[in-house]
Write a protein that binds this ligand. Structure first.
Ligand code: AMP
Ligand code: MG
Length: 407
């Protein structure tokens, strides 16, 4: 019996634990997931400082049109020791410089007029204006980044601000990729009649790299027991093994048998999805093995829906499933399969919201429809036909490439 899509995905996610932690240098931390909690070792900012280029003053002296004598200069990077704002006077100060004794407000340059060594105040000034006080951003000891945080450039900035030269993050898996089939030749080789170029290894490697894991291209195993046994045993040395093709019911579809012989425990061998029905998942110890269909579109969608979440979970990500977003159907989207149906769609951002239309012929043999698509529409077995104006759930594959209306 084929597993339902959700049951299959749950079985996978329940059985793949996050990998262990490793220490990584600051430069390489972007895109990784923290395995430790980061606490602030000191206040940010570390001292009271000026938010603007301007003048350090006492707010009480600063009625509009007040004239203040400029005494002293505090550029960024200096210490304010010995600098003092006298009543009726001002100290020139640059952004980031420490606040001198006596000062309780900063007047930006553009709110003053300079006459020789005198400034004339043009706007009302209140105590605290343009002063960033010590610890106002982050207080020493605050647990600012919990374990599980995905590190973006913003988090890298914070780690650098705390002088962290390395951090503990979840290890990224090595993912062995094995194509199977007597008909396959590697790209670059000239296919003779009936031969097909192995493109799956490359799209799977690309998809693995895209999320930050490391692909190991094993190449092509032939449809015989010796070749498959040798290559699968090699693949089982990696953290994850993904095979493509050879899992249907053809007489040369031996992948299942060879995985059994290699001690891989089957958790499921069919999923009620289209494309991707002959997708299998097993474990050797706690090492996951995915067997995807050979058809290029099916293998890519199988990776997207079932393998990618597992790899993200292994890498410590909290959000492992692409969120479902609602879009309005344009044209017609059909599902006559009685299974969960993944349709390749084009989603456009319009002033009325997201609009999804079929990206073309949905036959699983058609690669160009995948090329035109920027999202996958997910139709349940019950959603047999959705027409213009109805709502459909879509997973945006690449938000950066959403065409149309600028938000
Ligand atoms: P199979 O699952 O072995 O019956 O393969 C299904 C279809 O996918 C066949 O047309 C294969 O030639 C094709 N196919 C299998 N493996 C690959 C591959 N690595 N790259 C491109 N096409 C493939
Ligand atoms: Mg085959």
């Amino acid at each position: 019996m084929a597993k339902s899509f959700k049951a299959a995905r749950n079985i996978i996610l329940e059985n793949v634990p996050p990998l262990e932690a490793e220490s990584v240098e600051l430069f390489h931390l972007v895109g990784r997931v923290l395995a430790e909690e980061i606490r602030a070792p000191w206040d940010l900012p570390r001292w009271d400082n000026s938010e603007m280029d301007g003048f350090a003053v006492r707010a009480v002296d600063c009625q509009p049109f007040a004239r203040l004598q400029v005494e002293g200069y505090l550029p960024a990077g200096t210490v304010a020791d010995g600098v003092f704002v006298r009543p009726g006077a001002a100290v020139r100060i640059m952004t980031g410089a420490p606040i001198p004794v006596g000062c309780d407000a900063i007047v930006p340059i553009e709110d003053t007029e300079l006459e020789g060594n005198i400034i004339i105040i043009k706007r009302a000034v209140r105590g605290g204006d343009y002063i960033r006080s010590r610890g106002s951003d982050i207080a020493a000891g605050e647990a600012i980044l919990p374990a599980g945080t995905f590190l973006r450039p913003a988090e890298i900035n914070l780690l650098a601000s705390f002088s962290r030269l390395q951090a503990s993050v979840v290890r990224q898996p090595q993912v062995a990729i094995l194509s199977t089939g007597d008909e396959l030749v590697a790209p670059g080789e000239i296919p003779s009649a009936g031969q097909i170029i192995d493109s799956n290894s490359w799209s799977l490697a690309a998809a693995v790299r895209e999320i930050g894991a490391t692909p190991l291209l094993l190449g092509i195993a032939r449809d015989n027991r010796d070749s498959l046994t040798e290559m699968i045993n090699l693949g089982l040395k990696a953290d994850v093994l993904i095979t493509s093709a050879g899992v249907s019911t053809g007489d040369r579809d031996l992948v299942r048998e060879i995985l059994d012989n290699a001690g891989v425990k089957r958790l499921f061998w069919k999923v009620a999805i289209k494309p991707g029905r002959p997708t299998a998942f097993g474990l050797k110890g706690n090492k996951p093995i995915f067997s995807l269909p050979g058809n290029p579109v099916s293998s890519m969608i199988g990776f997207e829906e079932l393998v990618r979440p597992a790899l993200l979970k292994m890498m410590g990500h909290r959000e492992v499933i692409r969120p479902l977003t609602r879009a309005t159907v344009k044209g017609s989207l059909r599902n006559k399969t009685g299974k969960t149906r993944f349709l390749r769609v084009k989603v456009e951002n319009t002033p009325e919201g997201l609009v999804a239309e079929s990206a073309g012929d949905q036959n699983t043999g058609i690669l160009s429809t995948m090329i035109r698509a920027n999202a996958i529409a997910v139709l349940s077995a019950e959603q047999t036909e959705l027409s213009t104006g109805e709502q459909v759930e879509v997973q945006l594959l690449n938000r950066d490439q959403l065409s149309g209306f600028e938000q």
